[in-house]
Design a protein around this ligand. Structure first.
Ligand code: BG6
Length: 477
């Protein structure tokens, strides 16, 4: 965006004291400032239950930056940024007190962007409060964080509450994976390149693996995590979003309406997993103790505050099928877990071998071609293919080779962080990187059925040692 097109906003962060705000939002806003993408009249208004004045809030923000911004703080940039900071003490459950917030909001004509960095049980209070002071009107908008519910029913309740005060075009539901550069590149990769576009279907693709593995455990989030588990925390949102981006049909335009429409189509075509196929299509695991980066780490049930008999999954592997013409017969393996051997996010596409290939004996059961899209770490794309080994004695000794592309080859600039991009997109009023109500509810419907089948069939978790690759389906599957 051209600097002259940047307009000022009031960014009102509810939950300004919280972890999300300090760890993600403040560093992201500072990076926007660094790039001169925040208008001089932009105000960042932290709202929370603390007896702070603006100066005190500035010192908290500086501490957060020192801790969570990866580089040193530029003093000139900080001085400009600091002038944008305000703090407002408010208990959002006291609706009558919003009237005082109104005075602060009135001090500028800026469009308001409200960030709900609070648990969903506070969403309704904030909506009601903003409604009461009539600050919920267009073009003001809200950004809401996951989890948007823990089931279809609870997500519908939350969406209803939001819709009572805000129109859909004012609601920006964040899935931070959609702000990652490499996720965004999936559309370019698929729809700008015939080399990929023309093979992107079940005639060429055998199966696909989407892996999001983390080495961290639950990081003192026991109460939250144990009430939700890995499937609701990661699959319902991040993995299903990745799946929908790699399988959706080409949208008519690259705008929110058309992209979301195609994503919903694939989400609706996901084959239901219920008691009939729960044993063959899912595995749920929980980490036991083990070694990560040379350190011994405790098991899930030995974590701080743990319930010793918890049956919650920290790992899940799901074999998903999309019942449409393009993807029929192609399994998609969705795998995600905590305390695994490495932190990585990748999509691997395995291509079918050439039928009756004259090289069949050389390939055995392996796949000749594999496309690896690496989202993290070292963002890049890798193509694996077979090559003749140069040798005068043997005409056809085949060897696997790799074509390797890394983002670092084309830019020395830092790749924008997900929150930085998404905050900026919300200022541009572009919803295409945000999740629609229908996508969220359709995803929950699919997940609900899995969780229900686990419960009714009393499917127990299986333990996997920390620092490993988790669980695998047996070959029969
Ligand atoms: C969050 C989950 O949405 O994503 C966390 O709640 C998880 O449990 C995190 O650790 C992973 O995000 P990233 O960007 O580090 O892959």
């Amino acid at each position: 965006m051209k600097i002259e097109n940047i307009i000022p906003y009031d960014l009102v962060i509810f939950g300004a004291k919280g972890d999300l705000s300090c760890r993600k939002l403040i560093p992201a806003l500072y990076r926007l400032e660094l790039q001169n993408l925040l208008h001089i009249n932009t105000r960042i208004i932290g709202v929370g239950r603390a007896d702070w004045n603006n100066n005190h809030y500035s010192s908290i923000v500086l501490q957060a930056l020192k801790k969570f911004h990866s580089d040193s703080i530029d003093i000139n940039i900080w001085n400009t940024f600091k002038n944008k900071l305000y703090f407002y003490n408010l208990d959002v459950t006291k609706i009558d007190n919003f009237i005082h917030l109104k005075y602060t909001l009135n001090q500028s004509k800026n469009t308001k962007i409200y960030y709900f960095a609070v648990p969903p049980n506070k969403f309704n209070n904030i909506c009601e409060g903003l409604g009461k002071i009539q600050y919920n009107t267009q073009p003001n908008r809200i950004i809401v964080e996951k989890p948007i519910g823990v089931s279809l029913k609870s997500s519908q309740i939350i969406n209803k509450q939001l819709n009572k005060y805000f129109h859909e075009n004012q609601i920006f539901r964040i899935d931070h994976y959609l702000g990652k550069e490499t996720i965004l590149n999936l559309l370019t990769l698929r729809f700008a390149n015939p080399i990929f576009h023309n093979i992107w279907n079940n005639t060429a693709i055998k199966y696909v693996k989407i892996t999001v593995s983390e080495t961290i455990g639950i990081e003192n989030r026991w109460a939250y995590f144990d009430s939700i588990g890995q499937t609701k925390d990661m699959v319902q949102n991040h993995l299903l979003q990745i799946l929908s981006l790699i399988t959706m049909s080409v949208p008519k335009k690259l705008d929110a309406y058309h992209i979301r429409k195609q994503k919903i189509e694939v989400l609706k075509s996901l084959r239901k997993i219920d008691s009939k196929n729960i044993y063959t299509h899912t595995l749920r695991g929980q980490y036991s103790s083990g070694m990560i980066n040379g350190n011994i780490v405790p098991s899930y049930i030995e974590e701080n505050g743990a319930k010793k008999d918890s049956d919650m999954e920290t790992f899940v592997l799901i074999k998903a099928n999309i019942d449409n013409t393009t993807w029929s017969g192609v399994p998609f393996f969705l795998k995600t877990g905590k305390r695994m051997h490495t932190k990585k996010t990748e999509i691997v596409i395995y291509l079918k071998n050439i039928p009756n290939s004259i090289f069949m004996n050389h390939i055995n059961n392996n796949y000749a071609n594999k496309l690896r899209i690496i989202l993290e770490p070292n963002e890049g794309i890798e193509i694996e293919f077979l090559n003749k080994k140069p040798d005068i004695n043997n005409k056809y000794i085949l060897k696997k080779s790799k074509l390797n592309f890394q983002y670092s080859d084309i830019t020395k600039d830092k790749i924008a962080d997900a929150y930085e991009r998404l905050l900026f997109e919300s200022m541009k009023n572009d919803q295409s990187l945000f999740v629609s109500k229908e996508e969220i509810e359709t995803s929950w419907e699919w997940i609900d059925s899995i969780i229900h089948a686990w419960k009714t069939n009393k499917i127990k978790i299986q333990l996997y040692p920390s620092g490993t690759k988790g669980l695998y389906f047996s070959k029969k599957n």
